[in-house]
Design a binder for this molecule. Structure first.
Ligand code: ZN
Length: 68
């Protein structure tokens, strides 16, 4: 698993399928074979960034974890 934004691999796990990039302050949620990306606002609300990254980019983040 790595962050689709900064490519950093030291992603924190915050839930069964939820990960958090401390560098970008974005939340990564594994949904089947792909990933949803959310920006965490100061008030704790989540804003979807799925439009920012292509599906291939998001899928590749998961494949990296499986190869580790
Ligand atoms: Zn990041």
């Amino acid at each position: 698993m790595h962050c689709p934004n900064c490519m950093w691999k030291d992603i924190g796990k915050i839930g069964a399928n939820q990960y958090y990039c401390w560098k970008c302050c974005i939340e990564l949620v594994v949904k089947g074979s792909t990933l949803s990306v959310y920006q965490v606002e100061e008030d704790g609300s989540l804003v979807s960034l799925d439009d920012v990254f292509s599906e291939a980019e998001r899928e590749s983040c998961i494949e990296h974890e499986q190869s580790m």
